[in-house]
Design a protein around this ligand. Sequence first.
Ligand code: BGC
Length: 345
Amino acid sequence: MKKLISLLLVLAMALTLVACGSSEPAADAPAADAPAAEGVTTYDVGVAIYQYNDNFMTLYRQEIEAYFKTLETDTVKYNITMVDSKNDMAEQTNQIDTFITQGMDVIILNLVQTSSAEVLIDKVVAANIPLILINREPLGDNGDESYEGIINNPGVCYVGADARQSGTYQGEIVLALDNKGDINGDGVVKYIMVIGDPENPDAQYRTEFSIKALTDAGVAVEALVENVGNWDQTKGQEITAAALAQFGDEIEVVFCNNDGMALGAAAAIEAAGRKVGEDIYLLGVDALDECQEMVKAGTMTGTVLNDHIGQSHTAVDAAVAALNGEALQNYYWVDYVKVDAAYFG
Ligand code: BGC
């Protein structure tokens, strides 16, 4: 609630009483010249994160809070309520219902399932609360930037990065290798794909576009395993370990849709006695600090910076714009950056 507004209302009532000639204003009415509670406006911000237990979203959510703090002034404060939706759509729906009941001034939402976007958007729009969708893009029927709940509602926007770009960059990192990923020189790059949440366009696009970059460049490929690891490090390790046990030296490239799973894959690769950069290649996305260190050290072939700082700041800036009554764009995009050995010079 905008506390300033209630304060002004109280003041207005007090003044009205005075103006009406009441000689004795109600005892609890503030004097007209009382400091207007320092004139502070506090905005209530509801933030729902699909799952706290996610390496990338942990960095992202921490930066949302930190950045909101930097925007506070003597007269403007942000009261942030952030909740963990625990990868449970029913839980997240309840949380959004609660945000609405609590009268949040703006909501930032990292959907558990993009297929539920419409239901949640409808609720928030009906409550007249601006909504900033982040990280999981609901896709419209008509290609890019066409999701109806976004394009038809001026108070709703999406902030994210184009996952096709991240997939393409993974493929390009492989293409830049002297052997273009074909370690045994048989003319075919044999790979495994460790997939994030298959319902998430980030996972779909990275899976598709990493390989498309290779085939577009005329490189023959063969998928040995494509398995869902749901963005999770332990699952990434299990999938890679099982694939290495089954296909051994045949595996030349391990593509992971994110760094969390790539960290798991790295452990499996090491346990199998394989050496990244020598007899196998390993790719991730996110550029977590530890993965950047691995790329520098050569224990990971490459990753792609998923700019959580740029994205969180853009999301918060959009939220603040909405609070200030400014118009929102429908979509805000933040670029990915290719991170391979060349990136570190
Ligand atoms: C990140 C993943 C993360 C997912 C969560 C993706 O953009 O690359 O690491 O698990 O978002 O939705």
